[in-house]
Design a protein around this ligand. Structure first.
Ligand SMILES: [Zn+2]
Ligand SMILES: [Zn+2]
Length: 337
């Protein structure tokens, strides 16, 4: 089968590798039909992360199920499913407690498309092994456009969790989204609106994304002094200074969700945060429990993820398209079931 790998900085290639096989009765083999680039992917390709090539790329997709083990009951051949980025068993103490990202049945950080906890393949590949099908896969409701939810595996659900949790805990939440990565900021605007925010301001120096944010329901023109104005801040930026700015913008009792991945150690204004009793959350998103809700939101038209994914390409075009400075890119493959 064909696997898309990062060969070295700036080098993407399809290579022939042996096809995965079912290794247990709990597993499934799936074929990605709509794979999206995560905001992290372009950095992974460019060699700007701690993860070193070569490795298989891709951790966001909708796939068709080709084969399931005898003990799999939730999906069967021909189903369309969202495949979470994180490998998790659903049975260990951490998974039962709702911390699938800390699953103890697999190496720490085991995930698709990142060489962190072993090599599990990538979700741009032709065929993917899912070791715990019932625990991981989420079947798509009938009629839902697979392209629109290709990103439910990570970015789209991350945006929902980062906004909806702090908004639900506050009345009439005023939200600031600090943009900067390709899609997460605009998705966070859409999800903040869907979660019932009283207002959403979007801060970014990129005109293209500001336009998308405006079309998603955000204000993009507002005063320069943001200090202590917002109940919820979503920092979808890789710039430590922008995170710092977002933290200063928190009103007393506010919450900042940091979802852009920052590799340096940023400066955190802790004393001011202490005085205002604000919180900062950071961490890989535990997407699996929230994917059904996200599929429902997209199905009901409460958010429009394709706005940030204007480019849809074939597998042949993928190696070129994925290194372009675009918003988000979806790679499609014919169904065979
Ligand atoms: Zn990601
Ligand atoms: Zn587990």
């Amino acid at each position: 089968m064909k696997e898309l790998i990062v060969r070295g900085p700036g080098q993407l290639a399809w290579v022939d590798v042996s096809s995965p096989t079912l290794s247990s009765t709990h597993g499934a083999l799936v074929r990605p039909i709509a794979s999206a680039s995560c905001d992290l992917d372009r950095r992974l390709i460019a060699g700007l992360t701690p993860f070193k090539a070569p490795f298989a790329l891709g951790h966001e997709c909708v796939a068709e199920v080709l084969e399931v083990g005898d003990d799999v009951s939730s999906v069967r051949r021909g189903d369309l499913v969202s495949v979470p980025w994180k490998i998790s068993c659903g049975q260990c103490r951490q998974c039962i407690a709702g911390r699938e990202t800390a699953c103890t049945s697999v190496p720490r950080h085991a995930a698709y498309g990142v060489p962190a906890g072993g090599h599990w393949g990538g979700l741009f590949s032709e065929l993917v092994h899912v070791p715990y099908a019932d625990a991981m896969l989420v079947a798509l409701p009938p009629g839902l456009n697979p392209l629109a939810v290709a990103s439910a595996s990570d970015n789209l659900t991350d945006a929902w969790v980062a906004t909806s949790r702090p908004i639900a805990a506050r009345e009439e939440a005023r939200v600031l989204v600090v943009g900067g990565t390709e899609s997460l900021g605009v998705l966070a605007v859409q999800m903040a609106v869907a979660a019932g925010a009283a207002s959403v301001d979007y801060l970014d120096d990129n005109d293209y994304r500001c336009d998308l944010a405006l079309r998603s329901g955000a204000n993009v023109e507002f005063g320069e002094n943001l200090d202590e104005s917002y109940d919820v801040v979503v920092a979808a930026t890789r710039d430590p200074l922008e995170l710092h700015r977002g933290l200063l913008a928190l009103a007393p009792g506010g919450h900042c969700s940091c979802i852009g991945i920052i590799f340096e150690d940023p400066k955190i204004p802790l004393f001011g945060m202490y005085l205002r009793d604000v919180t900062l959350s950071v961490g890989v998103c535990n997407v699996r429990p929230h994917i059904p809700k996200v599929l429902e939101l997209v199905g009901n038209g409460h958010c429009e993820p394709l706005l940030v994914s204007p480019t849809v390409v074939s597998c042949e075009e993928a190696t070129e398209a994925l290194i372009q400075p675009l918003a988000k890119c979806i790679v499609v493959r014919e169904r065979i079931t």
